[in-house]
Design a protein around this ligand. Structure first.
Ligand code: ADP
Ligand code: LRH
Length: 502
């Protein structure tokens, strides 16, 4: 039977990739057509996206996918939240987009809260306070008198920007718009009040579309350049990578059971550069406690809300590896897992979300400084650093789940881990042990799978989110980690709690 085939272009912080998803009505088969690095580029003092090169890589993926598969039913781009480009008159791209780990947002919390109280921003948006949210990036531009902010006609979030480069159409897909901290999740519209009070240009914010919408055909000259069929459509998946990943969590409800309206008994952990841990709810949950613990309400697919917390994630390990590589010591993930497993348990713990870990730099030195500051002996070798990072992540997951349960008055029974982090068996086991709950790990490429699912839903090939998740469960293996050694983790959790503010 003819399959319906989609190209998912997923730009992650560690790598960008083009994956072809073939859907036969029952299962999805994923095939990687292209993978490429995706590091930022420093120009003067500013950290930028490497946009032209990434667009070139996207072209390579498109050419490969469309050549192998002339009947492609859609192409969708997703990437991380918060970042954007500005487009001016005559389809001019106004400068290379800036990367969220850039320092331009330093001091912007204070600047914003002087204009609009922190509580009011949260009340309107329900979004967690992360210094790099689009709001603070735009405010930094405004306060530094950015010439391009004056010239901008349209702000396009990065996936929308790529869709524009492919089609010439300017759109704003909702899930990614929800990461800006300028969107009111209750009304689903941009906040006029925040734009007014922060003096941000409301008129450049694009019209919003839902995941699954057809954006338009690839521009004629581009199709000619690539030698691919005319008329190939670009669709919006859930363009925020985390929204696509959550859509692809393989939870299956027993037949006949309509998804309960109350809070679910499972949580997801999208594990990659970041660890995004949360639950899917049907309404934003904006309370004193979600504010206190800095939980976010991001837009999910088919009207769901992702109530979650950003946890620093495997960035801690990525940056350690980068630092070691600079001194000529390349350590593979496999090697590092072996070293971490052999290292002494609970020798040193950190709060992964300490702000000193956010910007690029010498991560081992920062982890060591944190340990010294908190009266612990710093790790001495690679295995000890990795163990410290992984144990601390697992303990932050537990901390987060406990607070989610309290906020929602629910019991979380299962943790679904998806993303590249599922390749780290030690972290999966630590997570099960620390949290005292089984971990169901997989799929690895959940974001790309979600991207494909949303395109297929947009094309009417999949009817509902529940059906989409059944397809994922049928298509990809899931490894279950049962909790063990929970008593030692209880002790560690008590120690860990004293490190976390609030
Ligand atoms: P992103 O989308 O943010 O780039 P991914 O979901 O691709 O992230 O996950 C990347 C992470 O997956 C890496 O930082 C690493 O920690 C983990 N990972 C990838 N391959 C392996 C491996 N072979 N063993 C252990 N961990 C791995
Ligand atoms: C994960 C992610 C996360 C955002 C962060 C900037 O890739 O999109 O959901 O908060 O990157």
């Amino acid at each position: 039977a003819k399959t319906s085939d989609y190209l998912a272009l997923d730009l992650g912080a560690e790598s960008g990739r083009g994956l072809l998803g073939k859907f036969d009505g029952e299962r999805i088969v994923l095939e990687e057509v292209h993978r490429f690095p995706n590091g930022p580029v420093r120009v003067f003092d500013t950290l930028h996206w490497d946009l032209p090169r990434l667009f070139e890589e996207i072209k390579v993926a498109l050419r490969k996918a469309a050549t192998a598969n002339p009947g492609l039913d859609g192409v969708g781009v997703d990437t991380w939240g918060v970042d954007f480009g500005l487009v001016g008159r005559g389809d001019t791209l106004l400068s290379n987009p800036v990367h969220y780990r850039d320092a331009r947002t330093d001091g912007m919390f204070e600047a914003a809260f002087r204009r609009v109280p922190r509580e009011r921003i949260y009340e309107i948006t329900g979004l967690q306070f992360l210094p790099f949210n689009t709001l603070y990036q735009l405010l930094a531009m405004r306060l530094s008198d950015s010439p391009i902010l004056e010239m901008a006609e349209t702000l396009l979030m990065m996936p929308d920007l790529f869709a524009w480069l492919l089609t010439g159409r300017r759109t704003g897909e909702r899930t990614d718009a929800s990461t800006t901290q300028l969107l009111d999740p209750r009304s689903g519209t941009w906040s006029d009040e925040l734009c007014r009070d922060l003096n941000l240009p409301r008129q450049i914010l694009p019209e919003l579309i839902d995941p699954g919408t057809v954006i338009g055909p690839i521009r004629r000259p581009l199709a000619e350049e690539l030698g691919i069929p005319q008329g190939l459509s670009v669709l919006a998946p859930a363009t925020h990578d985390t929204a696509s990943a959550v859509a692809a969590v393989p939870v299956v409800r027993p037949r006949g059971v309509v998804d309960v309206v109350g809070p679910p008994d499972w949580c997801y952990l999208s594990s990659g550069t970041w660890s995004l841990l949360g639950v899917e709810v049907h309404q934003p949950v904006i309370t004193a406690d979600t504010l206190k613990y800095n939980f976010t309400n991001e837009g999910g697919v088919v009207g769901t809300t992702r109530l979650l917390k950003n946890i620093m994630g495997l960035w801690l390990v990525q940056e350690c590896r980068r630092a070691w590589a600079r001194t000529g010591r390349e350590v593979s993930y496999e090697e590092l897992a072996t070293l971490a497993e052999a290292a002494r348990p609970f020798a040193a713990l950190v709060d992964p979300d300490d702000e000193s870990f956010l910007s690029p730099g010498d991560m081992p030195a920062r982890l060591a400084a944190y340990c010294t500051r908190t009266g612990q002996t710093p790790p001495q070798d690679e295995g000890a650093f990795a163990r410290c990072a992984l144990e601390s992540l697992a303990l932050k997951y537990r901390w987060t789940i406990e607070r989610l349960e309290r906020i929602l008055g629910t019991t979380i029974r299962t943790i679904h881990v998806v993303g590249g982090g599922t390749r780290n068996a030690l972290l999966c086991q630590f997570t099960a042990d620390a949290c005292g709950r089984p971990v169901h790990a997989g799929p690895v490429e959940a974001t790309a799978v979600g991207n494909v699912l949303l395109q297929a839903m947009g094309r009417g090939r999949i009817g509902s989110l529940a059906e989409a998740r059944e397809i994922v469960a049928r298509s990809f293996p899931v490894i279950v980690y049962e909790p063990r050694n929970t008593a030692v983790w209880d002790e560690a959790a008590a120690r860990f709690a004293s490190l976390v503010p609030a």
